[in-house]
Design a protein around this ligand. Structure first.
Ligand code: GLA
Length: 665
């Protein structure tokens, strides 16, 4: 089936058959061609241990297939039924404080519990066997949003096993790495090691980061078991699981996980309204594309209305037109799908107030009309499927650093990893440059500029990769509080950023965190916040110094030529305007042009490129004014022929099949 995958999570098991008929009709009306089925349906599928009821699922798959809807079939293992937890209380998750959680919600299981793993494998095998030949099944969706943490005895045992492998069975090596002479933590046997449960005072950070690595790997092992069972039944059907990307939910090392799925799929719920929400779309989409090694990826869930700007306190309904804009913004940045949670709003249950493609009020609603219009729009864009996005700048994304910076042992709890990355990404968005995310071990030389806003945890290998990137001609922009600890969470000695003193031509001696709201002025007119550092240059040119305060007269922003390239160092967090100025200056110095030179302020431009040399320019006018944008080609939403300039109304979107090859960076 060609075209974008359009649709959402579909739970017919929650509704009587009369509603199914209406679903079929409305899906046709909305141009829905994809349904994700079975995500939390374990108790319906297996009402008692080993007893399966497939009747509803057989009918659903047959019906969807007859209706021209492909199925992403999920394993239901994110929500074990009550009979399971009562039979296996040891498979319930335990908090760091030692409290056992009970069933009554979802995701209430311990992924390291043998009984859970066995039950998950059984139900997966049953599904694989039954539906291996079903023509509706286009993809497997293993589990849902892996992440539930646990600190029980099963986890302790699995953690020890993982540690033995990591430290080659050498407990002395673990004691060294964890620096256990501090606070009398020396371990004499592996069995003395616990998960980082609630303890008296500050945790050992090396222990905590190893546990985070372990838990990501343990969940990955659980995923792999299911994947391999399904692969055995259907070797040619792609298999994935959905990553959850909000800032507070980072249990997985997405790079490692991405290598194990056939296509990266993300769930993305906006954390802000207005243009900030739009930038959040770009942040999620750019990460998903990068995790999928720049191939088209899947938006597995979004909310067709509602955002969570109030951090869980209240939702905000998306304004009319936003669904189209956001959906095409994911597509512009490489998604080959527009899928939502969920098709029909649940009548009851914990998420009865969650937005859906068919709201409680029915099809005669603004939301459903927009959903149907979006389906029509997407069906006119089929030719774009499979094309890719090109970026000439990258931001480094590192799971270890994210975990390391969240621990309460750093000099300031206001210094956070994801917000630092977001600030840089947003400045690039405002500068009109599309950014990839990258890892230290990637071939960074394909990027003209690499930003590392907070490379706090830097292994010697990672530092070497950054240094060679600069030597080879790249522009590295390193943010403050970088190269501070290595992969064992031990400080780099001799000055920061560890491993990069030569490449950057600076040496940081001491940190001076700033209180929230406190700012520091720089000599070039910029403003710093949250953080400042006492540094000296060793060959680097000073672009701006601190003005006033204890660091008065000392360097703040530097630039150093090293080998063929340039190492920039920024020793504070610049405010938005100052970040924008610096980012534009670096892009200029590296010869990076915006995606669409000449695009007016507030107009977002992103391109997808086909393998045959064709390109499609996506334009979004995020302003309240009509904008005139340079473009040549066929506008696919209206069919208009554009010769030289396109007028975009406030908040309008356009997709242009270009007739003139874009200028390449
Ligand atoms: C997640 C889940 C869905 C639903 C949504 C709500 O992404 O996968 O089942 O709970 O959140 O936003």
């Amino acid at each position: 089936m060609p075209g974008f995958w359009y649709g959402g999570d579909y739970s017919p098991e929650q509704w009587p058959p009369a509603v199914w008929e209406e679903d079929d009709a409305l899906m046709r009306q909305a141009g829905v061609n994809t349904a994700t089925v079975g995500v939390f349906a374990w108790s319906t599928l297996e009402p008692a241990e080993g007893t399966y009821d497939f009747t509803w699922l057989d009918r659903t798959l047959d019906r969807l297939h007859a209706n021209g809807v492909r199925v992403i079939l999920a394993t239901p293992t994110a929500s074990p039924p009550p009979w399971f937890s009562l039979a296996h209380p040891d498979a319930l998750p335990v908090t760091p404080e030692g409290t056992q959680r009970w069933h009554g919600s979802r995701d209430t299981y311990c992924a390291a519990a043998p009984a859970y793993r066995e039950a998950a494998k059984r139900v997966t095998a049953a599904l694989g066997e039954r539906y291996a030949e079903h023509p509706a099944v286009a993809m497997w969706h293993v589990h849902n949003e892996y992440g539930t943490p646990c600190y029980c005895e099963h986890v302790a045992a699995a953690f020890r096993c993982w540690l033995r492998a990591r430290y080659d069975g050498d407990l002395a090596a673990l004691n060294d790495a964890w620096y256990t002479r501090f606070w009398s933590q020396g371990y004499r046997t592996w069995d003395e090691i616990l998960p980082p449960r609630d303890t008296q005072y500050l945790p050992n950070p090396a222990h905590a980061v190893d546990f985070a690595r372990f838990w990501s790997d343990e969940l990955l092992a659980a995923y792999r078991e299911q994947r391999d069972i399904l692969r055995g039944h259907t070797p040619d059907t792609p298999i994935t699981t959905n990553f959850m990307l909000p800032d507070g939910y980072q249990m997985l090392d997405f790079w490692r996980w991405s290598a194990e799925v056939d296509v990266v799929a993300i769930d993305h719920y906006l954390n802000a309204t207005g243009v900030a929400g739009t930038i959040d779309v770009a942040f999620g989409a750019d990460r998903a594309r990068s995790f999928n090694r720049n191939r088209p990826w899947l938006l597995m869930e979004q909310a067709v209305s509602t955002m969570w700007p109030g951090h869980g306190e209240m939702v905000t309904a998306k304004e009319p037109g936003r669904l189209l804009r956001d959906s095409l913004a994911y597509v512009a940045r490489g998604s080959d799908s527009v899928l939502a949670f969920q098709w029909r709003a649940s009548r009851g249950g914990s998420e009865l107030h969650h937005a859906a493609m068919v709201p409680h009020a029915g099809a005669d609603t603004r939301v459903f009309r927009e959903v149907a219009a979006l389906g029509r729009t997407l069906s006119g864009l089929d030719e774009i499927v499979g094309s890719t996005v090109r970026a000439s700048v990258a931001i480094l994304w590192d799971a270890d650093t994210r975990w390391a910076l969240e621990l309460p042992v750093t000099p300031s709890r206001h210094l956070r990893y994801v917000p630092a990355l977001r600030d840089t990404h947003a400045a690039l968005w405002r500068a009109g440059a599309v950014a990839d995310f990258a890892r230290y071990e990637d071939d960074l030389s394909r990027y003209a500029v690499v930003f590392a806003p907070s490379a706090y945890l830097l292994s010697p290998a990672a530092a070497k990769s950054l240094a060679s990137y600069v030597e080879g001609g790249g522009h590295l922009v390193l943010g403050c509080f970088s190269g501070v600890v290595d992969e064992r969470y031990q400080a780099w000695l001799g000055g920061f950023p560890g491993g990069l003193l030569e490449a950057l031509g600076v040496r940081v001696e001491e940190f001076h965190p700033l209180a929230p709201g406190q700012t520091v002025a720089l000599t070039d007119g910029a403003t710093g916040q949250l953080w400042s550092e006492d540094l000296a240059t060793h060959g680097a040119e000073v672009l701006a110094g601190y003005r006033g305060g204890v660091l008065d007269g000392k360097p703040a922003i530097t630039r150093h030529t090293h080998g063929e390239g340039t190492g920039w160092y920024v020793s504070t967090f610049l405010n938005e305007g100052s970040t924008d100025r610096l980012v534009r200056r670096v892009l200029d110095a590296a010869g990076v042009r915006p995606e669409l030179p000449g695009a007016p302020e507030g107009v977002e431009a992103v391109r997808r490129h086909g393998s045959d040399g064709r390109s499609w320019l996506f334009l979004f006018n995020h302003t309240d004014n009509t904008a005139t944008v340079p473009a040549h080609g066929r506008e696919l939403l209206t069919g208009a022929h554009i010769e030289g300039a396109l007028r975009l109304a406030p908040l309008e979107v356009a997709v242009i099949r270009e007739t003139r090859p874009p200028e390449v960076n």
